[in-house]
Design a protein around this ligand. Sequence first.
Ligand code: FMN
Length: 252
Amino acid sequence: MIHNSTIDNQINHRSIRKFKDQKLNAEQLETLYTVFQHTATSMFMQNATLLHITDEAKRAKIRELCNQQYVGAEGDLFIFVVDLYRNQQIRQQLGKDDGRVHMSDLFMQGMDDTLLAWQNVANAVESMGLGYVPLGTINDHPLAMLDVLDLPQLTFPALGMQVGVPDQEPQLKPRLPLQFTTFENDYPRDFQVSDLADYDQLVTTYYDLRDSNRRIDSFTKQISGAKLDSHKIDRDQLPELLHQQGLCLDWQ
Ligand SMILES: Cc1cc2nc3c(=O)[nH]c(=O)nc-3n(C[C@H](O)[C@H](O)[C@H](O)COP(=O)(O)O)c2cc1C
């Protein structure tokens, strides 16, 4: 396969959850903003917004809701927001109605824009010798988070990112072999869990620095266990939150 600095950074990715007590400087910040700005955007609608959370009180509240000590602690905290508010404002101020902005497909396009920008920024972070952890936990208590972020209608905080100078060297986390995830033309339906035995073995050799400092369960054990077992959580509020935000109103 081909190696260059971009590809080598991508295939050596690992999430960083311990950072040195150092903030991004102005040049680094400008670079990340500019990478964000130049990401491809569905139908040239530019439906993404980036929030840099520097207010200590806000960072503390976000950390509490995420229930992860590294959120808004050392380094810099970003929230990537699906944003249809700006384009609604453009239409309203030009005398037009909201048109399609409340439809699910517009939300999906906003998600596309926002997550592409997220990954572009993530790659830039690693290329600068910095590290990051994605923060899906920003939606563990979505209604409460919306209050903390004080976001307008037609916006949705899709994913967070804590960025900084790495203060740990985690192992590379083994991924599913390509034979299970990449296909040509047709999707084979003959998947057998027993075919994952070798991969399961490999996963149990991964040493988790996250909060337990121990080896992790096999992949199939994780998937057949608590992660996906039926249980009620505040993330179940997400459809309600989207509707409250005026998003996906065609989706019952
Ligand atoms: C959408 C998304 C949300 C995530 N949310 C969190 C999170 O809230 N906290 C965290 O510590 N890691 C989070 N992660 C990181 C994953 O746990 C991590 O990517 C995965 O275990 C693979 O490890 P690696 O990134 O080191 O290769 C998230 C990853 C993704 C893609």
